[in-house]
Design a protein around this ligand. Structure first.
Ligand code: NAD
Length: 408
């Protein structure tokens, strides 16, 4: 390996994909999780938009549990993440923040959040003196992440921020700097780093289970219903950037990196926006990019908001292939090894990824363990996204430094 390759490898590892934290360490809460999964069942009252709220109040399991304020009570927070706190060992919802009084009341009542721990965006500043809140979880539209992460650090709290970290590498750098100034933790909610199939895939690739990796292919696509930028933030450039690449294709970008274990040295890309479609007046319908790695391997990443659903990753080496389809969903993962060691893999229950992610964050806050998905990883990914768009815009191949910055 030459110096640059070594640096690229280290940069990937610094992002946390290598074994900085042992697999055994994160597998430990599995039994507890399985037992606890019945803690809160969302069978209670219905919100106006059809979200089911829990009918029983979650129980705080440990005295050193990290109290988290959830900022943004949208689909992902209400449907996926908030019910998962009951499955964690070391986190609890200490406060909620929303622009809707009705949501604050209904969600607060369902989760047993005291009325004085229900904040609006206007009263958010008061959270600084709320000792029940150790950390803030930002689940807002992406274009708002930077502002609210920086506000959370200004309030002296640790931060868990949804993916993608932000819409520009400059914003990512500001967020990291704010965390350092406040001497608080910053973790990006890349849940696949806590999901058993993806963890096993990383391990297998590290063990050279398919020989030398030559090809990586990923695709994350679905067909978005008719909508427009004023109706849906995911089609609004100021809140969503270029669209599906930041929102969904980022899973393919991430898996290309953690499966290959190498940063690309160049990227060429195409992005397409069909005329006269209100969904795509501000964002792209499809983005396709080709990557070349210093080892000679190549990758092809495709993402779309206008084609039938798929979510797969394939890695092809000199002695076989790894096929993950679906690769990074909430549940239902399938994974197959082809070649000399052909077999289906059943690596565990993918639904543990949400609670394990929260517990990892809590361990970082309480025990100061290194964060597997730190802000630096989010920054690295935004640099690659910027390189993809730069190539799509200019029609030129973009060359990259080992940390993902564009050269020249
Ligand atoms: P959503 O549209 O369902 O919810 C967004 C919430 O933000 C709503 O409650 C909305 O009221 C609030 N909001 C505050 N200011 C707003 C504004 N100016 N415009 C629009 N909404 C505003 O979105 P979501 O699917 O919950 O996504 C939120 C974040 O979570 C995004 O960053 C997204 O990428 C991330 N996410 C992650 C995953 C994952 O698997 N990790 C899955 C879905 C979403």
């Amino acid at each position: 390996m030459d110096g640059i390759e070594m640096t690229r490898r280290r940069f990937i590892d610094a992002g946390g994909t290598a074994a900085a934290v042992s697999l055994a360490a994160i597998a430990a809460p599995a039994a507890a999780l399985a037992q606890a999964s019945g803690g809160v069942r969302p069978t209670g009252q219905l919100m106006p938009d059809g979200v089911k709220l829990p009918s029983t109040l979650p129980v705080r399991k440990r005295a050193d549990s990290v109290g988290i304020a959830v900022v943004g009570l949208g689909g992902y927070a209400l449907n996926q993440m908030m019910p998962r706190f009951a499955q964690t060992e070391r986190t609890h919802i200490a406060a909620i923040v929303s622009g809707s009084r009705d949501k604050l009341r209904r969600v607060g009542d369902a989760y047993g959040i005291p009325p004085d721990a229900r904040y609006s965006y206007d009263t958010f500043g008061k959270i600084a003196s709320d000792d029940r809140v150790d950390a803030i979880y930002i689940v807002l539209p992406t274009g708002l992440h930077a502002e609210w992460v920086i506000r959370a650090f200004a309030a002296g709290k640790h931060v868990l921020c949804e993916k993608p970290m932000a819409l520009s590498s400059a914003d990512c750098a500001r967020m990291i700097a704010a965390g350092r100034r406040a001497n608080r933790k910053l973790m990006i909610a890349y849940r696949s780093h806590f999901e058993p199939y993806n963890l096993e895939a990383m391990k297998l690739m590290g063990q050279r289970a398919i020989g030398d990796i030559r090809l990586v292919r990923t695709e994350q696509s679905y067909r978005m219903a008719p909508t427009s930028p004023s109706e849906n933030w995911r089609t609004n450039r100021a809140l969503a950037g270029g669209g599906s690449l930041e929102d969904y294709g980022i899973y393919g970008l991430q898996s290309a990196l953690y499966l290959k274990g190498e940063m690309p040295e160049s990227i060429s890309a195409t992005a397409f926006r069909p005329p006269n479609d209100p969904r795509f007046t501000e964002i792209f319908a499809h983005v396709s990019s080709q990557w070349r790695f210093p080892s000679g391997a190549v990758a092809q990443l495709v993402t779309s908001y206008d084609s039938a659903s798929t979510n797969f990753a394939q890695v092809r080496g000199t002695a076989g292939a790894l096929i993950m389809d679906p690769a990074t969903s909430y549940a239902g993962q399938k994974m197959r090894l082809e070649g000399r060691d052909e077999r289906e893999l059943t690596s565990g229950d993918p639904s543990v990824q949400f609670a394990r992610q929260l517990d990892h964050f809590a361990d970082a806050v309480r025990d100061n363990i290194p964060i597997r998905t730190p802000g630096e990883m989010g920054l690295r990914d935004l640099r690659l996204i910027e390189a993809i768009y730069a190539s799509a815009e200019t029609g030129r191949t973009v060359r990259l430094a080992p940390d993902g910055r564009m050269r020249g």
